[in-house]
Ligand binder design. Structure first.
Ligand code: HPA
Ligand code: ZN
Length: 333
C-alpha cells in the first residue's frame, strides 16, 4: 500500500475537474471569515470538517456557497488559487484545469475584475516559479436562469483569453442541458471549448443532451451513463472524456461505498475516464488521495493508474505539442 501510494504521488498527471471554491481549506475559510467579519456556524477547523457530511449534492452546495462567501478581495482570490497550485506542485499534478464561478462572487457583491486579478496573478506566479501548467474554465451556475449565465459570459469578455472553456455546474436536477442552448451557442461562437456537468445526480439523458444539444466535447462526472448501455457504447466509440471524481461521488452518495464505484468498469469498457478531486477541501482528499482510495477499495493497479493518467492528458484542453511533452514524461516514469 505505502509503495503504491508513493508511486502515485510521483506519477505525472493532470486534474481536469476542480472547482476553485472547493479547495478552500477550513483554516483559510476561518481566517477569511475573521478578516471580513463573516459569521459562520463553525467554532473551529474541526467543526468545519465535521460539517462535511452530505446526503446529496444540494446539501453539499449549501455549505460550499456559504464557504465561498468569505472570498472578498484580490488577495483572497490570489491565496485561494496559490494554495491549490502549490498542492499541484506537491502532488505532481503537472497540468490542471480549474473551474472559476464568477456568479457566486457577484451574488456577494464582488465583481469579476476582483477575482480575475487575484486568480491570474497566482496562475502567472506558479507558471513562472515552477512551470505549473494551468488553464481556467468559466463555470456557469445552472440553478440560475440562462439569462444570468449569458450576462456572466458577457462580463467575462475582457478575460476571453484567460478562459479556455465554458462549463456548467451547481445543482443538476431539475436544470437539464436543454435550458442552456443559447448560452452554449454564444460560447461556441466565441470559440470556447465546451464541457458540462451531467449524469452525476441527473439521468443518462442529461449526458446525451449535453453532447447533442450543447455540443460538449467533455462531460464532468458522467457516472450515470452506466444505466444506458447504448450511451456507454457511444462514449467509448467517440472517446468522449468523463472527468470522474471518486471521493466526491461517495461523499455525495452517488455510490454507497468506494467499493461500489464504477470507474474501473468504465475504464475496462475503454471509456476515456479520468480521476479528479472536484472539491478536495470538502470531500476528504486531493488527487493523490482519490487514486489511493481506488487502490485501497477497488484494487486499482499501476497499469490502470497509468492509463488514467494518460487519459487525463488526452482529455485536457491542451494543444497537441503540450500533450506530447506530458506523454513523454509519463512514458519516462
Ligand atoms: N456538481 C455540481 N456542481 C458542483 C460540484 C459538483 O460535484 N462541486 C461544486 N459544484
Ligand atoms: Zn464538479
Amino acid at each position: 500500500m505505502a509503495e503504491f501510494n508513493d508511486w502515485i504521488a510521483g506519477l505525472p498527471k493532470a486534474e481536469l475537474h476542480l472547482h476553485i471554491d472547493g479547495s478552500l481549506e477550513p483554516g483559510r475559510l476561518l481566517q477569511l471569515a475573521g478578516k471580513h467579519g463573516v459569521d459562520l456556524p463553525y467554532a473551529d477547523e474541526a467543526a468545519v470538517t465535521a460539517a462535511c457530511e452530505f446526503d446529496n449534492l444540494d446539501e453539499f452546495l449549501a455549505m460550499y456557497y456559504l464557504g465561498a462567501s468569505v472570498l472578498r478581495d484580490e488577495e483572497d482570490f490570489y491565496n485561494l488559487m496559490m494554495d491549490y497550485l502549490t498542492k499541484c506542485r506537491t502532488q505532481n499534478i503537472r497540468h490542471c484545469e480549474v473551474m472559476i464561478e464568477p456568479q457566486t462572487y457577484a451574488d456577494n457583491g464582488v465583481p469579476i475584475d476582483i477575482c480575475m486579478r487575484g486568480f491570474k496573478a497566482a496562475v502567472n506566479d506558479a507558471r513562472r516559479e515552477w512551470g505549473q501548467s494551468c488553464l481556467m474554465i468559466l463555470s456557469i451556475m445552472r440553478h440560475a436562469p440562462e439569462e444570468e449565465g449569458i450576462k456572466t459570459l458577457k462580463a467575462a469578455e475582457p478575460y476571453r483569453d484567460d478562459f479556455i472553456a465554458l462549463g456548467l455546474a451547481s445543482s443538476e436536477v431539475p436544470f437539464p442541458p436543454a435550458q442552456f442552448k443559447r448560452l452554449y451557442e454564444l460560447a461556441a461562437s466565441q470559440e470556447y471549448r465546451l464541457g458540462a456537468h451531467a449524469g452525476e445526480e441527473g439521468p443518462p439523458g442529461y449526458i446525451s443532451d449535453a453532447l447533442d444539444l450543447l455540443h460538449c466535447e467533455r462531460i464532468d462526472h458522467g457516472i450515470r451513463c452506466a444505466e444506458d448501455p447504448a450511451l456507454v457504447e457511444r462514449l467509448a466509440r467517440e472517446q468522449i472524456p468523463l472527468t470522474v471524481c471518486p471521493l466526491s461521488n461517495v461523499r455525495l452518495r452517488c455510490f454507497n461505498n468506494m467499493s461500489d464505484h464504477n470507474i474501473l468498469q468504465l475504464l475496462d469498457r475503454n471509456l476515456c475516464v479520468t480521476v479528479n478531486s472536484d472539491d478536495p477541501a470538502y470531500f476528504g482528499g486531493y488527487l493523490n488521495e482519490n487514486f489511493q482510495a481506488l487502490h485501497a477499495h477497488l484494487g486499482l493497479d499501476k497499469v490502470q493508474a497509468a492509463r488514467l493518467a494518460a487519459n487525463s492528458f488526452t482529455a485536457s484542453y491542451l494543444g497537441d505539442a503540450e500533450k506530447a511533452r506530458f506523454f513523454e514524461e509519463l512514458e519516462a516514469y
